[in-house]
Structure formats: structure tokens, C-alpha cells
Design a protein around this ligand. Structure first.
Ligand code: FES
Ligand SMILES: [Fe+2]
Length: 441
């Protein structure tokens, strides 16, 4: 449970808010690179943490992210012509580059005595961008504190090894992110409810599903490290064995899913607030050991794993306005929710907590340990920044080189030993030295 003031601090990311200031110390993904596919292609509207912006890819392929308002007389640059190295306002042709500089004022003679001084004053606000892991990332913070890009594994691997998508989530970012750290819900929200439904699953996975059904009260271990939190749920498995599902939460808005065995494909998500009542979830799957097949890509595009089936706007097909196409017969016979898709099940239940979940009215139990640790970390990081201490993780990109996943171990292992057995490192660090390790510029 939080106080109203704490809940406000956790959930509000607009300009001038403490959590908004924290997010603005990190790079955040704002578009998929393929949303600005072509140089000089159509500009796109972007709303990011309550700020309305325009994104465009210039003739040289560079991406600009600028305020929409033309400094001449306020026309919206969304309607602008994207041509020859800049975005030209459709009203009187003033033109701006990706850095926000005004390049031309065609309504004035270029040799007029005041031309250069007016042009110098006619810039628009522009935020730095980078392309990284097939996403366009932006940095909205103070220039002197600009960090490196986080070395998340999905962005480091060869493009053939990954698939990236995004989906609209129609609620505040934080309660949706809490779904990523609360892995106890897997015993319920995502569960099949008939033996027939379990039997349809691949055998190894069916066994895990049975463990999750039999043990709905996983014991949580939470460990803090340089970039965030390890959140591990332990359930009884076969005799004298423990089934561990180990997630990671990485500051300020990334989570790595706990469901993969060694060698399997990894999945992760990044929550990016649009405003305080909606967010984009950038969703990525990668396999460090092999390229993804066309069939796997097609399955992810259709909503497999934690991807969502989306329309051309990246809005989920099953969403708030249609009750996620809940099928009550299916709910009786086959699945706990009657909603198709893991991602849509998550979305439905997170949206149902309200546009902004009221954390002053909750009754937390032992399996909410990870949720409490997430809130404490976020609030402490925001308070520290407000008091003058910047988040160290932003300047430590290598700390993001961590993995998540499952492992079955003897029940008497220490947690460090569990982590080392699964990942070869007590914090889940991996090493990709020399392998696609260069950060995009
Ligand atoms: S309002 Fe943009 S050029 Fe006039
Ligand atoms: Fe879930």
C-alpha cells in the first residue's frame, strides 16, 4: 500500500514531476525504427511523458524529434513537408533540421539585415535520438547528464536473432510494469483450467504449468544490483526440487521475463508513458544462440509469447473497448480468463485496475514482495534525484547485460548458487565480448 502522495510520485511522469525527471535521465524508446522507414517519409506524431512531439527521418536518415509548434505563427509541423535535409512548415515554408535549427526563412530576403538574427532565434526544441535494437530512442534530460545507451541484450545481438514490436497499453505505466515483477500471477491469470488444455501444451511446459497450478504461493527472493532488481519466485517441483522463475527489472522501465530455460528464446518489455493514463510497451524476443526463424517471427507478429496481436496503429485487437473479446465459455472450460493471448490477459487485468491504480486501497501479501521492492526502488530513485543524486545505473550501461529465466534445482541451494547454476553469474550477467557489442551512434 502507498500513500496518495507516493502513488502520485510513482505514476506521474509529465514535465516537472519527480518520476518524470527520473525517466528523463535515461534513453527511452519512442518509435520502432520501421515506423520511420524512409528518409523524407511522413513525419509522425509522438506523445511522450505528456509532451507532444513530431518525429521525422531526414534525407540523410537521421531522426529528429522536435516540438510540434512552428516558431513563426504556431502551425503544427505534423503537416510539414519532409524534404532535402529538414522539415518545412506547410504554412510559410520555414524549415528545421533534426537538431531543431531553423535552416531557412523563405518569407524573407536572405540578405535582409535582420534575416540571420531572426533565423538564429527561430529554433524549435529538439531532443537527441539514437537507433538501437530496431527502436528509435530519445533522451529528454539535461544535456550535461546524457548517458550511454543501456546494453540490453536484445539490442546487442545481431538483428537476425531478434524480433521487436510494440503495443498500446490503456493504463498508467507503473501498474503495467508491476505485472512484469509480479510473476506469482502466472499460477492464475495465464493458467489453463482443464487437464485437456494442459495436455495440449508441449510436455516440458505442461510439467511447469502443473507446478504453477499446484503451488500458487511462490516464495520470493529479491536482490538489488547496479541496474535494478532480480525477482525470483520459487515453487515446489518434483520431490526435493525447486522450480525457479527469475525475472529482472531494470531502471527505469525495462523487465525481462522469467519463463525461458537455458538456450530458449528470451523475452523482455519496456514501458514508455504516453501520458499518465496510457503507455507503449516495446516488446522484444531474442535468442543469443541462433537466428529466429520466419515461422517464429510470424508467430510473434500474430501475438505469440508476450507480443500482442495489433492493428496498423499498434493498438491491440483485443483491448479495453471490446472487453478483450473475453469468451465466457472458454473461461469455463479452458483458460482462467477466457481471453486469448498472454499479453492480452496481462493488458486486460492491468487496465482493469483503473486508468491509474489506486495503491492507497490494497491488501498486499507475501507474493507481493517484488511489487513492493519495485515501488521502493522507483520512489527512492526519484527522491534521490530530486535531492541531487542522479541514478548511477544510467551511467553504467554494462550493468544492463543481464538475463532472466527459469531453472529447476535441488531445494537446498543458496540463491547465489541458483543464479550461478542458471546463468553462470550470481546476478545473471552475460558476456558478449566482441559480439555485436558496439553501441549505435
Ligand atoms: S507558421 Fe510555420 S512558417 Fe509560418
Ligand atoms: Fe502476465
Amino acid at each position: 500500500m502507498l500513500t496518495q502522495a507516493q502513488n502520485d510520485m510513482l505514476t506521474r511522469t509529465g514535465p516537472g514531476t519527480p518520476m518524470g525527471a527520473l525517466f528523463r535521465r535515461f534513453w527511452v524508446p519512442v518509435l520502432l525504427s520501421r515506423e520511420l522507414a524512409e528518409p523524407d517519409g511522413p513525419p509522425r506524431r509522438v506523445t511522450l511523458m505528456g509532451e507532444d512531439l513530431i518525429a521525422f527521418r531526414d534525407s540523410a536518415g537521421r531522426v529528429g524529434l522536435v516540438e510540434p509548434r512552428c516558431p513563426h505563427r504556431g502551425a503544427n509541423l505534423f503537416f510539414g513537408r519532409n524534404e532535402a535535409g529538414g522539415l518545412r512548415c506547410a504554412y510559410h515554408g520555414w524549415k528545421f533540421d533534426v537538431a531543431g535549427r531553423c535552416l531557412e526563412i523563405p518569407t524573407m530576403a536572405a540578405d535582409a539585415p535582420t534575416y540571420e538574427s531572426l533565423r538564429a532565434r527561430a529554433g524549435v526544441v529538439a531532443y537527441p535520438t539514437r537507433e538501437w535494437g530496431e527502436c528509435i530512442w530519445a533522451y529528454l534530460g539535461p544535456a550535461e547528464a546524457m548517458p550511454p545507451l543501456p546494453e540490453l541484450e536484445f539490442a546487442l545481438v545481431d538483428p537476425a536473432h531478434r524480433y521487436v514490436s510494440k503495443k498500446l497499453q490503456e493504463c498508467n505505466w507503473a501498474q503495467s510494469a508491476e505485472g512484469g515483477v509480479d510473476t506469482a500471477h502466472f499460477s492464475f491469470l495465464h493458467a489453463p483450467v482443464s487437464e485437456g488444455a494442459v495436455a495440449k501444451l508441449p510436455p516440458g511446459y505442461a510439467e511447469q504449468v502443473r507446478w504453477m497450478q499446484l503451488d500458487g504461493a511462490p516464495r520470493y527472493t529479491v536482490v538489488e544490483h547496479e541496474a535494478g532488481l532480480i525477482l525470483a519466485g520459487a515453487r515446489r517441483a518434483n520431490e526435493a526440487e525447486t522450480y525457479w522463475r527469475i525475472a529482472q527489472y531494470l531502471l527505469p522501465n525495462h523487465s525481462l521475463a522469467p519463463g525461458g530455460a537455458a538456450g530458449q528464446t528470451y523475452h523482455g518489455q519496456t514501458w514508455v508513458p504516453i501520458d499518465d493514463q496510457s503507455c507503449w510497451i516495446f516488446t522484444y524476443s531474442w535468442n543469443p544462440e541462433r537466428p529466429l526463424s520466419d515461422a517464429e517471427r510470424a508467430a510473434y507478429a500474430a501475438g505469440a509469447a508476450i507480443h500482442s496481436e495489433v492493428d496498423e496503429r499498434y493498438w491491440p485487437v483485443r483491448r479495453r473497448a471490446n472487453d478483450y473479446l473475453i469468451d465466457r465459455e472458454l473461461q469455463k472450460r479452458e483458460s482462467f480468463t477466457g481471453i486469448k493471448g498472454i499479453s492480452e490477459q496481462d493488458a486486460a487485468i492491468q487496465d482493469s485496475q483503473g486508468l491509474i491504480h489506486d495503491r492507497t486501497r490494497e491488501l498486499l501479501g507475501p507474493t507481493d514482495l517484488g511489487v513492493s521492492a519495485f515501488r521502493a526502488l522507483m520512489l527512492r530513485s526519484a527522491r534521490d534525484l530530486a535531492a541531487g543524486t542522479a541514478p548511477a545505473s544510467a551511467m553504467n550501461p554494462a550493468a544492463y547485460r543481464v538475463r532472466s529465466g527459469l531453472v529447476v534445482t535441488p531445494e537446498d541451494l543458496t540463491f547465489d548458487a541458483v543464479m550461478t547454476r542458471r546463468f553462470g553469474h550470481p546476478q545473471g550477467r552475460f558476456d558478449l565480448v566482441g559480439q555485436h557489442a558496439e553501441a549505435a551512434e
